[in-house]
Design a binder for this molecule. Structure first.
Ligand SMILES: [Zn+2]
Length: 397
């Protein structure tokens, strides 16, 4: 099982120089590999990998960077390439991969080796990175398992962070919680769930967004290249970072809530959702927030033995969750009103449909023939049967 941690780094001046050097050299290698990739008639990942070795001969500076970090850039390149071609396959218009400028390259990774965490019993522990040295770091959470990868990130505000991914061997037993929930992610409401709970998107962003807007306008008025402009840039970055942190904190709590209270969580497949939904809505912000929440939900669920079921988002808005007929809605129609008598918030209706879809697909996928009757008699089953249904992976609402 995988775990993810994020810790703040407090590099010394000397640390920071080396961190920046590594960042720059990794960017250089990434761009070099992209250039080579563009020249290749037949894409050959292994050949690019070997080129890194050749490149180090002509660019001796690269010896100052941990070799795994450089190799990781090839992996990163191909992972970008893969997601690009997937997006294309889904019919989105995209260009080709871009070369990374200084401000667009903020992370580098050590995979499998070249790192260690040194515990100090003081406020600061240390992260040792090969070729960089020992960097003070606050480990505010106990790290479980074997560290597989360390990714260093420089935020726009200039702060440094380490994302640590670990793996533990123990398999988590499936949660015994039989409650299931459907979650609809939206623009107006960040979530609306099938139990009728909702959280407005507006609430927690409004305040900081106003402030951000104000400082951004100040920034745009400062003369280009001036000292004041640079100062203002940092102020804007700090507010932005604060908003990101607030949002992350809120997403952590929310995902924790669902994982603690339910045994099955149904959510829309975001890749598909993003493709089919209206383009004019404040797209990128919600895209990012949704996928972050989705990630948190998944890894928390995994460590708790809770199932997350992804469903196709099509028709979840239009269909009546009570009787199944199609009730057409325009974008602005906030209420689902059906002839069967169901009148509820449109997002609430979607959440119920998402849950219904997930429960249906669970049955189709995981139900062996011999327990068929159990499902048919679901509504009148006894306590004993309920226990059995848990074992075969069934969930109730
Ligand atoms: Zn209906």
């Amino acid at each position: 099982m995988m775990h993810a941690y994020k810790f703040r780094l407090y590099p010394t001046k000397e640390n920071e120089e080396k961190l920046l050097l590594t960042l720059n050299k990794c960017r250089y290698v990434y761009n070099f590999l992209l250039d080579e990739l563009n020249r290749q008639k037949v894409i050959d990942k292994a050949q690019l990998q070997e080129m890194i070795v050749d490149l180090k001969r002509v660019e001796p500076d690269l010896q100052d960077v941990h070799s795994k970090a450089l190799q990781y850039e090839n992996y990163r390149l191909f992972s970008n390439l893969r997601s690009l071609s997937q997006t294309k396959k889904h019919g989105r218009k995209v260009g080709s991969l871009r070369f990374k400028g200084k401000n667009w390259f903020k992370t580098f990774s050590y995979n499998q080796s070249g790192f260690a965490i040194i515990e100090n019993n003081t406020r600061f522990d240390k992260l040792w990175l090969s070729k960089i040295g020992e960097i003070p770091m606050i480990v505010h959470r106990k790290i479980e398992g074997k560290i597989k990868q360390v990714t260093i990130k420089r935020a726009s505000s200039g702060k440094w962070f380490a994302s640590v991914i670990t793996e533990t061997e123990n398999e988590v037993p499936q949660s015994t919680n039989t409650k299931a929930i459907g979650i609809d992610l939206g623009i107006k409401n960040f979530v609306f769930d099938s139990d009728g709970n909702s959280l407005s998107n507006q609430k927690f962003l409004e305040k900081s967004s106003k402030k951000l807007g104000k400082e951004q306008r100040k920034f745009s008025r400062k003369a280009k290249g001036s000292q004041n402009r640079n100062k203002q840039r940092i102020i804007v970055a700090r507010i932005h970072e604060k908003i990101v942190n607030q949002r992350e904190d809120f997403q952590h709590k929310l995902s924790r809530y669902y994982v603690n209270n339910y045994g099955l969580i149904a959510i829309e497949d975001l890749q598909v959702k993003n493709m089919i939904r209206n383009r004019c809505l404040s797209k990128s912000i919600s895209d990012a927030a949704w996928s972050k929440f989705d990630q948190m939900l998944e890894y928390k669920a995994e460590s708790a033995g809770v199932r997350v079921v992804k469903v196709e988002p099509n028709n979840t808005t239009q269909i009546c969750s009570n009787c199944g007929i199609n009730v057409q809605k325009k974008l602005g129609d906030r209420i689902h009103e059906c002839q069967c008598g169901l009148i509820i918030d449109r997002d609430y209706n979607s959440a119920k449909n998402i849950l219904n879809k997930a429960l249906l697909s669970e049955r189709q996928e995981s139900t062996p023939v011999e327990i068929e009757p159990l499902i048919l008699s679901e509504q009148v089953r006894s306590k004993k049967q309920e226990a059995l249904s848990v074992r075969v992976g069934q969930f109730t609402r």
